[in-house]
Design a protein around this ligand. Structure first.
Ligand SMILES: Cc1cc2nc3c(=O)[nH]c(=O)nc-3n(C[C@H](O)[C@H](O)[C@H](O)COP(=O)(O)OP(=O)(O)OC[C@H]3O[C@@H](n4cnc5c(N)ncnc54)[C@H](O)[C@@H]3O)c2cc1C
Length: 296
């Protein structure tokens, strides 16, 4: 059976939640579909210091709790399902989730980003939970040595968060320059538990023969250098989550956007401009555009 609903929002991150709240304020009842739990990428963030209203900063997790309270206040109850495909059925959007099928008039894609998988080298298949991409999978790790690959905001934010459990962190990056925002870079440079390795190109990762950890090989100054780490986290970029859009849908996409029936909000469309305030602003703007379209 296909369920019909006027507006569907894919993703309960900051963009999707803000959009749902604004639509509710107009008296509309969007269906907010989330595959995991509300909050999205904020679950990876350490302290958010640039979201207005929190002069002392707020942790990503605490901000999610507030966002969740706010959607509850507006009776937005996400449907916990993964969107598998988005297609067109006549004039409607047809959304297939892990457990059901839905049709709608307006579709908001607020599905955020996923980590770019590191394919420069083959990673050991038997590394179990020692290698990963999302810091939330490593928050339980205590008093270990953790290698991070990358020199951007995420790499530096992850490093600072992981020191809270007395871990020793090594950040490796292939360029000579740091890409992270200065405020994080300054904290990392000052931190006794974090070491920086510039100009280090990762060439091999294997299970360590002498411990339960990993052996990392790098090319540095025309030499190969090896290091041991207990865990390895890649913070080497993110890409929009759009794999559920069918090929046919892709052909019609631009027309639907022009008709104000299809919207992309938040990180999924913002390239490097990935910030909570931009995502929530996008969500609100999208809701207002839907209202205007309905009024016409
Ligand atoms: C380490 C780190 C630090 C950060 N620090 C800051 C900071 O200091 N300040 C700041 O402003 N921003 C910061 N950010 C960025 C901020 O977290 C993001 O900009 C924001 O979360 C984007 O919101 P979004 O709703 O667009 O996407 P997301 O938060 O990614 O949410 C997308 C949601 O869609 C869901 N979804 C995806 N695919 C499907 C599917 N097929 N079916 C159903 N649901 C789906 C996901 O599960 C997710 O919940 C940081 C991010 C990281 C990683």
């Amino acid at each position: 059976m296909t369920h019909f609903t006027n507006i569907i929002i894919i993703g309960a991150g900051p963009a999707g939640m803000a959009c749902a709240i604004q639509l509710k304020r107009y008296g509309l009842n969007p269906l907010l579909i989330e595959k995991d739990e509300p909050g999205g990428l904020l679950r990876n963030a350490g302290v958010i210091e640039n979201y207005l209203g929190f002069p002392d900063g707020i942790s990503g997790i605490a901000l999610i709790d507030l966002f969740k309270k706010q959607i509850e206040k507006y009776n937005v109850a996400p449907l916990y399902n993964k969107v598998i495909s988005v297609d067109l059925s006549g004039d409607q959007f047809l959304i297939q989730t892990s457990t059901g099928q839905y049709e709608c008039n307006f579709l908001v894609v607020a599905s955020g980003t996923s980590p770019v998988q590191f394919t420069d080298i083959t990673l050991p298949a038997d590394a179990g939970g020692l290698i990963g991409y999302e810091i939330r999978d490593f928050r339980h790790v205590k008093q270990q040595q953790i290698g991070i690959i990358g020199s951007g905001d995420a790499a530096f934010d992850y490093a600072l968060q992981l020191t809270e459990n007395n871990n020793q962190i090594s950040i490796y990056y292939r360029s000579r320059n740091i890409r992270s925002i200065k405020v994080l870079a300054d904290r990392v440079v000052r931190h006794n538990n974090i070491s920086l390795y510039a100009d280090h190109l990762l060439t091999d990762v294997s299970k360590s023969p002498s411990s339960d950890g990993l052996r990392l090989s790098f090319k540095h100054a025309n030499k190969t250098i090896e290091y041991q780490e207990d865990y390895l986290i890649f913070a080497t970029g993110r890409k929009p989550v759009l794999e559920f859009l069918s090929a046919k849908f892709e052909e019609e996409k631009e027309i639907l956007i022009r008709k104000n029936r299809l919207f992309f909000a938040g990180d999924v469309k913002n390239d490097l401009f990935r910030q909570v305030s931009i995502a929530t602003g996008d969500g609100i703007r999208t809701a207002m555009a839907i209202i205007r379209e309905k009024a016409n």
